[in-house]
Design a protein. Structure first.
Length: 170
């Protein structure tokens, strides 16, 4: 009988210890996300820049998971520009890096996975980081040359100033 009581006490102690250690770890986490308001401000800023420069740009802003928050295309932009803006933003969010980095890696045969899984590794997409945490991504399409990159970068800077970064924190 003593052995049985001892076994029950040991089992109870193990159950208590394992339950305590599980609860010592966090069960939830806090995340910062880009708001719809901030996304619409980024779009408006890029559209203002594009209008001044007569660029037919489309711009898309997504959350960290690639869900579209805001989008707009200049009046004369093409369907291709509109689609690529959204794909660039989603690609930047998924890979958590600028799409120009993926473009370089794909072209140098370092990693062609973005092509295989349907991403769009072309310049013009950027993740948006605040305090080292990705809060969303932006993509611009349809511009000539580096106009896509310039518009996206300037729009995020206009809305967030120095508080946001478009490069992955180390």
């Amino acid at each position: 009988m003593l052995n049985r009581s001892w076994l029950i006490a040991v089992m109870a102690a193990i159950a208590t210890f394992s339950t305590t250690s599980v609860h010592a770890q966090a069960l939830t986490m806090e995340r910062t996300f880009l708001t719809n308001y901030a996304a619409s401000q980024i779009v408006a800023s890029c559209m203002a820049i594009a209008a001044r420069e007569s660029a037919n740009i489309a711009i898309a802003v997504v959350d960290p998971y690639g869900n579209l928050l805001a989008f707009q295309a200049a009046e004369d932009s093409t369907e291709t520009g509109s689609l690529t803006a959204q794909l660039k933003a989603k690609t930047a969010a998924r890979w958590r890096r600028a799409t120009v980095e993926l473009f370089d890696r794909v072209n140098n045969q370092v990693n062609r996975a973005p092509e295989w899984i349907g991403d769009f590794p072309q310049p013009g997409g950027f993740p948006i980081y605040v305090e080292g945490q990705i809060i969303g991504a932006v993509g611009a399409g349809g511009g000539v040359g580096s106009a896509d990159d310039a518009c996206a970068v300037a729009a995020v800077a206009a809305v967030f100033g120095d508080t946001a970064s478009l490069t992955r924190p180390e």
